[in-house]
Design a protein around this ligand. Structure first.
Ligand code: AMP
Ligand code: MN
Ligand code: MN
Ligand code: MN
Length: 276
């Protein structure tokens, strides 16, 4: 086992740190390997890779892809692809168009509540990154419509709030296929987030390569559950802190997750084979 974190976010999605800052923090914490897994974007990976190389850290290309699992939002982690894979790049471009359209729909709903924000003002906050509700929340705070992000979610854009707009995502089976076409590994992120055992079997049936066994939302018995399930089907077991840099739990988990060294090495090797 080695200290490694295969689930982190940077300011290229909804994280606080730049990829360079994240790599530096990983080094300080004594990690042997790091994967950056921003939501639906791989734009932060070149910077993260360069920073890790300079610090002598192993780096794995990653992305956390939003998908639709029978009407539920499901997150799939992909590891080890090449940044130049055309198919994956096209797919992610489309994912970001879906994200942007969704934010526009929420802006329209907000307008009906006399809350006036421009798409551009939110784009300014998300910068180069993939746009999401956290950026919309920040815009609501900046414009004085909410005291803080948490209030913005509960008052306007939380899952059960009036300006919420359900996202339309690509079917999970399609996402697994895209990842496999890129010769990368598809891992179900935080499986404890509302999957029944039957549903976990459905993921396996459709070719998921592994489960994220270690995650802040998994107490030890759940870790064991996903470990046993992975072992039973010969699947990979990964783990990470899901570091965003905004929550107190981030600091608790970043730098303590350990992962089977062989799994990390295999992903590093896979990426080399893919010229990633
Ligand atoms: P999106 O992918 O655009 O739907 O945004 C989801 C992100 O919003 C999550 O990853 C969280 O970081 C954040 N989020 C969701 N619900 C809340 C909430 N109630 N309070 C604060 N942040 C939230
Ligand atoms: Mn997030
Ligand atoms: Mn997630
Ligand atoms: Mn995540």
């Amino acid at each position: 086992m080695a200290k490694a974190d295969l689930h982190t976010h940077s300011l290229f999605s909804d994280g606080k740190l730049s990829p360079t800052e994240l790599a530096a923090k990983a080094k300080t914490k004594g990690l042997a390997a790091l994967a950056l897994t921003d939501h639906d974007t791989i734009d932060g990976l070149p910077e993260a890779k360069k920073a890790c190389k300079e610090l002598g850290l192993q780096f794995i290309n990653g992305v956390e892809i939003t998908s639709d699992f029978n009407g539920k939002e499901a997150h799939v982690l992909a590891f080890g692809f090449s940044l130049k894979n055309n198919d994956l790049n096209e797919f992610l471009k489309n994912q970001n168009e879906l994200r942007e359209n969704r934010i526009r729909s929420m802006i329209e709903k907000l307008q009906k509540m006399d809350v006036n924000l421009t798409f551009e003002s939110i784009k300014e906050i998300s910068g180069n990154g993939s746009i999401g509700r956290p950026h919309l929340a920040k815009a609501l705070v900046n414009a004085g419509y909410a005291k803080n992000s948490s209030m913005a979610f509960s008052k306007y854009i939380g899952n059960y709030s009036p300006a919420y707009f359900k996202s339309e995502h690509c079917d999970f089976k399609e996402v697994i296929k895209v990842i496999h076409r890129a010769k990368a590994k598809a891992i179900l992120a935080h499986p404890a987030r509302n999957y029944t055992d039957e549903e976990l079997n459905e993921w396996i049936y459709h070719g998921i390569d592994g489960f994220e066994m270690i995650h802040p939302t998994h107490p030890y018995p759940l870790q064991q559950k996903y470990e046993n399930l992975s072992n039973q089907y010969g699947l990979l077991k990964t783990g990470g802190s899901d570091y965003h840099g905004f929550y107190s739990k981030d600091e608790v988990y970043f730098g303590v997750v350990t992962i089977n060294t062989l799994i990390v090495q295999n992903l590093v090797t896979l990426q080399k084979e893919n010229n990633g």
